[in-house]
Design a protein around this ligand. Sequence first.
Ligand code: M6R
Length: 394
Amino acid sequence: MLTPRSIQVFDCTGKLIQKPINRVTWSVEAAEKGGYEHFMLKEIMEQPAAVKAALTPRLHDGEIRLDDFELSAEKLRSVNKIVITACGSAYYAGCSGRYAIEKLCRIPVQVELASELRYGEPMVDEHTLVLVLSQSGETADTIAALKECRERGATIIGIVNVVGSTIAKLADHTLYTWAGPEIAVATTKGYTTQLAVLYLFALYAAEKLGRLQKAEYSSLVRSLKMLPKLLQETIDMNYQIPALAGRYASQSLFFIGRNTDYAVALEGALKMKEISYLHAESYAAGELKHGTIALIDEGQPVIAVCCNEALCDKTLSNIVEVKARGAKVLALAFRGNRKIVSQADDVIYIPQIETIFSAALAVVPLQLLAYYAAKEKGCDIDKPKNLAKSVTVE
Ligand code: M6R
């Protein structure tokens, strides 16, 4: 029996019994962390469920539907350019989304930092479709970029997490990412759900434009539907990351990759910088020899993202180049990739998925790597210095 002042416990015969008292030492805030030490770790672990929440309402018997609006084939055919604009991680999600949209829809995609676009006299008109990405929906530069594009007659789709936020209100249409509240300053589930919505959009538009055979479309939709399950597998198979973080988190790290893997490298380096305060550079792997390789010395940690199988041999050659100069290489590849084992010092595996969707899986070990590097350094993981969750000033 529970009263405001007491608890009494009875056995099945109705006899009062004494139970030992266990005190829960969690603060209210900690209780909200669901037993995790930090919101960031909780949010990393929530990604399978968050991505499922983003995908499920839009998948109907193998078809994609966009909430309460539709883009007709005629409207999409009138679009000669897609602009994706955002800041920070949302911008990097846009860099990944670009590959999926261009490959499937064959429409040129320009990814622009909102803080640059707003002052750049953007070449945007009524034939431009603008995708505005923002977890908070309140980022000042992103709002300004949206307004710039709207004034020039573009159609605006907001891809936003916070319901009723400014960007959701200003956009012509909004696709919510349904990630749930994200408390940690470093975005994780906010980013992966943005990817999920961009993949949905790419498939939806490609189908409307008649760019995909029915069988190919169905197979890609099935593959996308697997994402939540594969995200869970990615988390489960990467129990060794705390130890790897200890080995690779040094003063400065390089993240390299090509194409879809380059977009992941960008986000991986940002995660490392913002929560562990370690210097991290992300490079398109083919660019190393144009200058940056001069910085590779004995013991330099290089994180090589190598999940784009068509380009894996190319990235492997970059791994060989940096190893020859003394770098220690942690590679990220699809499970079953044997070539990588002979070149890299350590390998993190993720489950196999269509290359255009691979960023959503590949980013997870990099989020964990940054998390454990920051933890080892004793950083304030959920509230890194100098950063705010929502940047509402210019
Ligand atoms: O709320 P938004 O998605 O518009 O925020 C954009 C960036 O400020 C944000 O992604 C920032 O880069 C994060 N701290 C990255 O973890």
